[in-house]
Ligand binder design. Structure first.
Ligand SMILES: [Zn+2]
Length: 482
């Protein structure tokens, strides 16, 4: 009923505007009947928070979208005077803003959510995650786990994610079908993994993946994901960079994540991680570096100069007790910083609203400075700043004319949003995943009024539950055997 009411309201507004319009405007999409340009979609909001450089917020605003791109943004009155649309998304009690960008994830690990908690990184990886993955991860696992992750991310307002996991073709197929935007890494690791025997094998398989997906779908960027400098030696790290350079694609890597890694680097390479990678020319191409909790003071300028995108994962860093990343220092130095969830096995969800809050709180208490990492700063990290960090700053991350139409509507009339003095404050300090009502990627509506349109949620829930039961039974049997 609400939708019918909104449709009637918007139709009435359009008719009134037609009645008031006297000038005859020309245009390729002009409808002579109402003198407005017809576009694919108009999204309205009580507030449109553009996240552009100027921090423009339009009260009673609207965004006109055509052919997957933002054609115009401004007050609803101005937009509706100029454009009519095949589809309108009403904006009462809604905030329109750019979709969130998850700069580091292992999407299919949703299926390992809660399988091993309260452990240190190396114990968690070597004794639980890697063995469980070798045993259970196959294309079917990746398909179901990635669908589950995309469902959660869309529901929570994430429109783009940078993934690193196995069977990347399967990840890409899921992303292609659910309508999200993603950079998908072919994981490179020098040990037996679910989809390769060693580093050389994973690089070779990665080459095939990039060849199949480069230029195939505008929403999908295939990249390389060398796991870390403790799972790959210098030679294999350099070989992965060379492969990425051959295709002109970025690299995503775990970097300077834990005290273990820092010590390992010193013992093995005689220097810390960032210095070592710089010495082998690893940063010669675009790099998305997850974590960066323990950069040395002198390594931060390298990150700036080499335009390395740093992705902060506060929940994972806290849960595994990796440490507190010096985000304030890195931002002040000019490092490009985005935000991510990491995998659901170390988070245990994919909620970027929670990550924003934790990122801000962690810096404030670490520095004993309440002004550290303001709401605007963390919201920027999750949108425009994150887009820049992953190398997509020209096309996504803010609502500006010519950018891709990746945006969301947040409902803010629930009791926990009342009253509203400052929308940016509310978006960071109050909003939850469940407050996101509508998600649009590339101009396509993926969720409308909380209804998922591109993922069969009932089927995914049944499949994920069944697969988790098999994993649990097998783990139980393994733990009982001598
Ligand atoms: Zn990770």
């Amino acid at each position: 009923m609400k939708n019918i009411y909104r449709w009637l309201l918007s139709t009435t507004i359009l008719l009134l505007l037609f009645a008031c319009t006297t000038d005859e405007q020309e245009g390729s999409n002009r409808d002579p009947a109402d003198a407005t340009t017809t576009v694919d979609l108009i999204v309205l909001g009580d507030y449109v928070v553009s996240m552009d450089e100027a921090g423009s917020v339009y009260q009673n605003g609207a965004v006109a979208i055509d052919d997957g791109l933002i054609l115009a943004i401004g007050s609803a009155a101005d937009i509706l005077a100029e454009y009519s649309a095949t589809k309108m998304l009403g904006g009462e009690h809604r905030i329109v803003m750019p979709g969130l960008i998850n700069g580091h994830s292992h999407a299919a690990m949703t299926l390992l959510r809660g399988v091993a908690d309260d452990l240190a990184l190396m114990d968690w990886l070597n004794n639980y995650i890697f063995p469980a993955e070798v045993e259970f991860v196959d294309p079917e696992f990746v398909r179901i786990g990635t669908e589950l992750a995309c469902w959660e991310m869309i529901r929570g307002g994430t429109t783009t994610f940078v993934d690193m996991y196995y069977y990347p073709d399967t990840i890409a197929e899921v992303v292609e079908s659910c309508g999200m935007r993603a950079m998908i890494s072919a994981t490179v690791i020098d040990q037996r993994s679910p989809d390769a025997e060693n580093a050389d094998d994973s690089i070779e398989k990665g080459n095939g993946f990039i060849e199949r997906w480069q230029g195939r779908n505008d929403r999908i960027v295939p990249i390389f994901g060398p796991h870390a400098n403790y799972t790959l030696n210098k030679e294999k790290l350099a070989a992965t960079r060379a492969a990425a350079m051959k295709f002109g694609v970025p690299i995503s890597i775990h970097l300077s994540e834990s005290p273990f890694e820092v010590q390992y680097s010193k013992d093995t390479y005689g220097t810390t991680s960032i210095n070592m990678l710089e010495s082998i020319g690893f940063f010669d191409g675009p790099t998305i570096a997850a974590h960066v909790v323990w950069p040395m003071q002198e390594e931060i300028p390298i990150l700036v100069e080499r335009k390395v995108g740093v992705i902060h994962n506060p929940t994972s860093n806290m849960k595994i007790a990796s440490g507190i990343a010096p985000i304030t220092e890195m931002l002040a130095a000019g490092v490009r910083v985005g935000i991510g969830t990491d995998g659901a096995a170390s988070n245990n969800d994919l909620d970027l609203w929670e990550e924003m809050r934790l990122a801000s709180l962690l810096q404030k208490v670490d520095r004993m400075d309440p002004e550290a990492l303001s709401a605007t700063t963390v919201l920027t990290m999750a949108t425009r700043g994150g887009a820049t960090a992953i190398g997509l700053g020209d096309s996504i991350g803010s609502l500006e004319v010519g950018k891709k139409a990746d945006l969301i509507q947040v409902v803010f009339d629930d009791v926990h949003h009342v009253p509203t003095y400052d929308v940016v404050s509310h978006l960071v300090w109050v909003t939850d995943e469940q407050d996101v009502a509508t998600v649009v990627v590339d101009g396509q509506v993926l969720m409308e009024d909380n209804e998922m349109l591109t993922i069969e949620t009932d089927r995914v829930a049944v499949e994920a539950t069944a697969l988790a039961a098999r994993i649990q039974a097998a783990l139980k049997q393994r733990n009982q055997s001598p």
